[in-house]
Design a binder for this molecule. Sequence first.
Ligand SMILES: Nc1ncnc2c1ncn2[C@@H]1O[C@H](COP(=O)(O)OP(=O)(O)OP(=O)(O)O)[C@@H](O)[C@H]1O
Length: 707
Amino acid sequence: MSEPRVRRAEIAIEQSHVDRVYTRLAELRSQAEAMRAKGYEIGHGAQREAVFEQASMLFERDMMVFHANQTLQTLDAEYEGLVFGRLDHTSSEKIYVGRLGIRDAEFDNLVTDWRAPAAAAFYQATAEEPMEVVRRRVIRCSGQTVLDVDDDVLIADAVPEDMQIVGEGALMAALGRSRGEKMRDIVATIQREQDEVIRAPWRGVTEITGGPGTGKTAVALHRAAYLLYRYRRQLGGAGVFVLGPSGVFTSYISRVLPSMGETNVELRALGEVLDGIAATRQDPAPLAAIKGSLRMRKVLGKALRDTPPGAPDEMRIVYKGEVLKLGRKELDKVRRKVHGHGGPPNRSRVRAAETLLEALADRAEENARTDGRTIDRAELIIELGERIDFHRFLVVWWPVLYPAEILRWLGDPARLTRAARGVLSRDEVDLLAASLAGRDRDWSVADVALLDELRVLVGPPPKRRRRPQQIELDAAPPARGSDGHGTHRPEHYDEYSHIVVDESQDLSPMQWRMIGRRGKYASWTVVGDPVQSSWPDPAEAAQARDQAFGARTPRRRYTLRTNYRNSAEIFDLAARVVAGHAEDGELPKAVRTTGLEPEVRVVERTGVESSVQTAAKELLDAVEGTVGVICAMDRVPEVRGWLAAQADERLKIVGSLDSKGLEYDAVVLVEPTELITESTTGRRVLYVALTRATQQLTVVASDRDWL
Ligand SMILES: Nc1ncnc2c1ncn2[C@@H]1O[C@H](COP(=O)(O)OP(=O)(O)OP(=O)(O)O)[C@@H](O)[C@H]1O
């Protein structure tokens, strides 16, 4: 038979199996729907029953409806591309691999879940170590239709007469396909080195490093799905937390986990870690470097011990006809004494009241001594302690503290100077104060870690007087859970069983502390590429990271070495730009060539705008999927203006730091030198931007310095 006819015949064979699977899926779906309907019926009848029966019927209803809904949700999430692989063993047994395990009515396997041990050979078998697999087949479907099949022969000698082999590499075909707005899962073409990481044991700390496009993010997400499948009992209840660099990024990866049936995952960006805040603004690099540094712990600790603005600097209270007075100096002394005990201020209000009463008693005793009288100290303390005017004073002198409020106080240079004495330089104080003055809801991403630190330092506000609005400063609620429906965990939940940190090379020490708080009981998967780091002090960050991990063991480390994203032509240019800033062997190898060299267009400064417009138009015409226009953070609004007339959904304008982790079919990179100068780690940021395109890259520059 000719090659196309063989292919058609093989597609038809797989189609008949895929048809069986979807027929079975429809059956399972209607069973779940029937169960849900029955559950509601039970609940309906409950009204007529006695109270006790009512309660148990309602419980039964809730359980039935819950399970039915879960089943339906999983079946729907897995619908697309449900079956994607097949293994033919030497024993002539065959198994189909898919997103979900499905049995027929006789309990025979129709599809094996990709995470099950029986499916491991699909990813791990090689010609050198075939694991008794003769042929591995990738099946590509759209909806219920098989579009194509693609084979690997692993034991050539064992191929039976009637076994047909087709295809020229599922991986290369997958890599060449155009990119949309959301990341795709790679479940059908996971490579062996990646599979090893995905299936690594769950305990301890698993570090994944590798250059751009080596699949670190994809691997980390598939690992989360795998761990939840294999260790549901240990990990499922408490949940998995996935941290990404930006909201754009979390939205980009948000489809991958639900597409694998995993909804018990909380997906958050760095600016959204603290409940109630969704920060997206990035500070300029020198400012972010101050805010992220561990030195800020000292500054914040001192700031909250300072006298709150507006606190009275004198106390007067009348006791038995005599005015007792405490001046500024005495009050400061009392304040220092209360703070001297340690403990969060919001938890120290009783101590503050007691210490203040003792000071008043001292004052009364002093007065009495000069007049030759004596006083009953205990009586004075009890009586004053019950007086309303004493409590009125206390609430303004020792107010409940809220993190946002304290950070705003530091916008006052005099106050910040006091808090930062011996810790920050004059210039740093000026920069920081200017950035915090008058802030309300528009916190920056780096501020969120400071607010979280303060949250712990001040302690929870007393329950009755709680003013939740004080910290809920942003109108937009953060995205919750990969299913977008929220996972209903308590506020500031810290009991996750597993934490995945993506783009970890950029976390500041203060951000590591923030994440560490949420992973007190967790095992970790940490993903990063040191060469892409935009954090200026790696040693300080490493120390904070180690502290977040605590004594957790074992620690295992994997390095991925193949770049699956960029064409070799594009990656060559990126590697040239970062040469001298990366160790030998730190850069990955790109495996795909397209024959399309990246274009560098050097134009007059005044010509940049029109050159960017032209390049964007050309690339939109040239590729099927998305085109990213990447520029310095400051330039984003301006570049948006330039391209406003080219309203095309496939065109995305993004700032350098926000381009982390993303990818496009084609990229227009605007003024590369600006990317270098806007950051303290210059070339690395440019390297990130240059490695976002899968097929085509055009650089528009008014100089050649960056080359
Ligand atoms: N085994 C695979 N099969 C198909 N596609 C893959 C595979 N591994 C990676 N890819 C694709 O390569 C691209 C890069 O993957 P990913 O974004 O996970 O890399 P990364 O290492 O996180 O990159 P970066 O550090 O640059 O953000 C994605 O489009 C991903 O789908």
